[in-house]
Write a protein that binds this ligand. Structure first.
Ligand code: SF4
Length: 374
């Protein structure tokens, strides 16, 4: 390992960005070679030396490899797949903002990433087709938030916001934090996974200074939780920045209860909360990664009750076309009867829950509480 290895800018400067460079590092399969050629005009290739070093060079189904190296299937668009699978463009009042839910917005701060994930569902932005968001666009985004008092939560994403230099990121965070109705800020980033050296003391301190601020990261397989990744997450948490994980369920990458359980345990050990397990979106070129909906529910069923509740993520489906997220879970209700409900335990045993006689659930004090300070 050379001296510059721990320098995140060196990692970016030396990222593999072409088939020729990739061939020098990994003996590619025919499918991967063709994948690189056929997706060249569709989506960027980019792998940091760090993330590349995690690839099992001897196994074409290495989960890191599958997330970083394209295959032919990625170049194909299947029926039902969408360029904008979450219907975000309909809710994009200004260039930097997606405002789909009542009290929160997505702030698209940048269109580049440290590694270009082959399963990226926001590739219409990360493909680089859009111009890099200008200062004017960012200002316009901040202004939108300022003039919408219902927005109490801003999720900064893109692309990967931690690709911004500290000064630029600090400017954006300061502008958002200065808006009185913004209660919390979240940053969606894959940097702890693909470029953990970016999370240095200075960055952790910067993020902490804008609390409450949550980092939402994206580990998909326990193989990605290395000592470097662990140090990055722990540095954030040690500085008072909570970190949550959103994994994407991907066929043959992590589509097994054993892997998801190990991933959750590894996250908790570094104080990262497993938050969501996302059903793969219907993004163009991603069908080979998609699992049947029932598979995720099956995985959840093998976790719930069998391990710590904190280790069981929410299984979320972002509805194609822009309906927003819904969560799925196994159905534990066996029968709803008069005065009682029959449920099954995680072991499949039946239990009776006697329903109460009183059903009025209005909280009488709530009128007083809701009026406080009014
Ligand atoms: S880091 Fe996120 S936005 Fe960037 S390519 Fe990966 S999934 Fe897409």
């Amino acid at each position: 390992m050379n001296e510059a290895w721990g320098d995140w800018r060196w990692q970016l400067r030396n990222a593999v960005r072409s088939l020729a460079e990739l061939e020098r590092a990994v003996a590619l399969t025919d499918d991967e070679r063709a994948g690189c050629v056929e997706t060249a005009e569709i989506f960027r290739l980019g792998i940091t030396p760090y993330y590349l070093s995690l690839i099992d060079k001897a196994h074409p189904f290495c989960p890191v490899r599958m997330q970083a190296i394209p295959v032919k299937a990625e170049a194909r668009v299947r029926a039902g797949e969408l360029r904008d699978p979450l219907g975000e463009e309909r809710f994009r009042p200004v260039e930097a903002i997606v405002h789909k839910y009542p009290d929160r917005v997505l702030f698209l701060a940048v269109d580049s990433c440290s590694v270009y994930c082959r399963h990226c569902t926001r590739r219409r932005i990360t493909a680089g087709g859009e111009a890099e968001l200008s200062r004017a666009a960012l200002k316009e985004g901040v202004e939108y938030v300022r003039t919408h008092p219902e927005v109490r939560d801003v999720l900064i994403s893109g692309g990967d916001p931690l690709m911004l230099a500290d000064s630029r990121l600090g400017e954006l965070l300061a502008a958002l934090r200065a808006i009185p109705h913004v209660e919390m800020i979240r940053i969606g980033t894959r940097v702890p996974v693909c470029l953990p050296m970016r999370v240095d003391e200075a960055l952790a301190k910067l993020l902490r200074s804008f609390a409450p601020l949550f980092v939402v990261t994206h580990f998909n397989h326990p193989k990605e939780i290395t000592s470097e990744a662990r140090a990055a997450c722990e540095r954030l948490v040690d500085h008072g920045v909570p970190v949550e994980n959103q994994a994407v369920l991907m066929r043959r990458v992590n589509s097994s209860a054993r892997i998801i359980k190990e991933l959750s345990h590894a996250c908790l050990k570094m104080r990262v909360r497993p938050y969501y397990l996302h059903q793969m979106d219907v993004a163009e070129g991603c069908e080979h990664f998609r699992t049947p909906l029932a598979e995720g529910v099956k995985i959840l069923e093998q976790l719930r009750g069998h391990t710590t509740g904190l280790a069981v993520p929410h299984l979320a489906v972002d509805l194609p076309g822009g309906g927003g997220k819904v969560t799925l879970q196994p159905d534990y209700v066996v029968e709803r009867g008069e005065g009682q409900t029959v449920l099954r335990s995680y072991k499949g045993e039946r239990y009776v829950y006697p329903e109460p006689k009183e059903t009025d659930c209005v909280c009488p004090y709530d009128e007083v509480w809701a009026q406080r300070g009014a």
